[in-house]
Design a protein around this ligand. Structure first.
Ligand code: 5RP
Length: 227
């Protein structure tokens, strides 16, 4: 099986996993990226069994609509039972790096509104420590250099992602070389830098459930309870 076939398997497995939550008045949160796209495609056949979706990007909203799935704004719903999305890296505590598709800010917002976060990630995304994947940071354009200097002070090497504007009209710095020993602490610290909109660490709100392939079969794990 190639990686895209595995992602398709994960998208279908996520649709099966959330099936018990589908109700005619339920809205679900939908992520962004190639794995999330397969989840959206798998939702098409059950679109009559839930009210609609809140999308984490314009691209996902367009894809949902193309399947006849109702898309609503987050401001119009009070509760999301579940959010389903991919990740660029996920570690044993289920903290993640996200934002490879530049949708991190809306992803973090929609995820924070959901009761459960289901991560669909192929096994190449599993890491013991986050940080080999450069950390995406959405910045207000006028603050790009100011933010970059402070990220250098944290030991990082920021690189401006070329030819990318986020759905919010901002820019992305991809930060290499960070030593991420405490993801939640670094997430909070980077968010304190003036000009940062969001960083791609999802540690304050990690995934609750991980669907990941093992030898071509999708396994389901719940986030380990901290002892
Ligand atoms: C987009 C994301 C994606 O979830 C992440 O980049 C994984 O993408 P893919 O499913 O294409 O591997 O965070 O901003």
């Amino acid at each position: 099986m190639n990686q895209d076939e595995i992602k398709r398997l994960l998208g279908a497995a996520a649709a099966d996993y959330i099936d018990p939550w589908l109700q005619v008045d339920a809205y679900i949160g939908v992520g962004t990226g190639s794995t999330a796209n397969h989840f959206i495609d798998a939702l098409a056949s059950v679109r009559h069994r839930f009210a609609g979706a809140v999308a984490s990007s314009i691209a996902s909203a367009d894809r949902l609509r193309s399947h006849g799935i109702t898309v609503v704004e987050l401001n119009d719903v009070s509760y999301l039972t579940v959010y389903v999305d991919g990740a660029d890296e996920i570690c044993p505590e289920f903290s993640m790096i996200k934002g490879g598709g530049a949708a991190l800010t809306r992803e973090k917002i929609v995820a924070s509104a959901a009761d459960q976060f289901v991560c669909i990630a192929d096994s190449s995304k599993w890491v013991e420590q986050l940080g080999a994947f450069p950390l995406p940071i959405e910045v207000i354009p006028m603050a790009r250099s100011l933010v970059a200097r402070q990220l250098v002070g944290l030991g990082g090497t920021p690189v401006l992602r070329e030819n990318i504007k986020t759905d919010n009209g901002n820019e992305i710095l991809d930060v290499h070389d960070l030593n991420i020993t405490d993801p939640a602490q670094l997430e909070a610290q980077i968010n304190q830098i003036a000009g940062v909109v969001t960083n791609g660490l999802f540690a304050k709100r990690p995934a609750d459930v991980l669907l990941m392939d093992v030898d071509g079969v999708v396994g389901t794990q719940r986030r380990p309870v901290k002892t």
